[in-house]
Design a protein around this ligand. Structure first.
Ligand SMILES: C[S@@+](CC[C@H](N)C(=O)[O-])C[C@H]1O[C@@H](n2cnc3c(N)ncnc32)[C@H](O)[C@@H]1O
Length: 187
């Protein structure tokens, strides 16, 4: 079995993404950012918790210079493969939150975080996609240091996270068991 054999193909508009079984499959929360994503050519974008790379790849297609990071090595590999398939350049790196971009600043940070309150520690790589609202809290403490002067962040929050993300709500969507919000944060 090759890596690609363990992937399914998931569409967003006319683009198909390879998604490994250990990687988050793009869905409503991913699409809420994707549908609102507008970047200027040459902007530096950080796709944090990139999963299969969908958001970074869409930004790169609009001409952004993209760094995509994820704690999950399968996700990093998927993001690289999908970028290659889509003939765009992204710099995909593995690591915890801002660790792989320690002294770097970005015009735009995209983050669709794990936001469910789950007590158990992640057992498999895919589990990092869902659990630990601690990750969102840590992100909120750290993101400003990685934004340029006029930089902004687009973050997903959910009625299930139990965390208040103070910013401008750009869009929202009601789902059967939760409501999800796209929040814009400034420096
Ligand atoms: C909800 S998924 C979103 C994936 C993709 N951005 C999307 O919208 O489809 C959250 C992603 O964050 C990653 N992640 C979770 N905790 C992380 C951390 N501390 N540092 C970096 N990435 C993390 C997970 O591995 C997962 O790929």
């Amino acid at each position: 079995m090759t890596f690609l054999d363990e992937c399914k193909k998931v569409p967003y508009k006319d683009i198909w993404f390879y998604v490994h079984e250990q990687v988050y499959e793009p869905r409503e929360d991913s699409f809420l950012i994707a549908d609102n994503l507008k970047v200027d050519k040459g902007e530096r974008v950080l796709d944090l918790g990139a999963g299969c790379g969908i958001l970074g790849i869409l930004a790169a297609k609009q001409g952004a210079e993209v760094v995509a990071t994820d704690i999950n090595p399968y996700a990093v590999r998927c993001a690289r493969i999908n970028a290659e398939m889509q003939k765009v350049k992204i710099d995909a790196r593995q690591g915890f939150l801002f660790e792989p971009v320690q002294n770097e600043k970005f015009d735009l940070i995209l983050f669709n975080p794990p936001y469910l309150k789950v007590k158990e520690k992640p057992k498999e790589w895919i589990d990092y996609s869902y659990s630990s609202s601690e990750t969102l809290n840590k992100f909120l403490q750290q993101y400003k240091a990685h934004l340029t002067q006029n930089g902004r962040a687009l973050v997903i929050n959910s009625s299930l996270s139990g965390i208040e993300v103070k910013g401008k709500i750009l869009d929202k969507k009601k789902l059967p068991f939760e409501e999800i919000f796209l929040v814009e944060l400034e420096r």
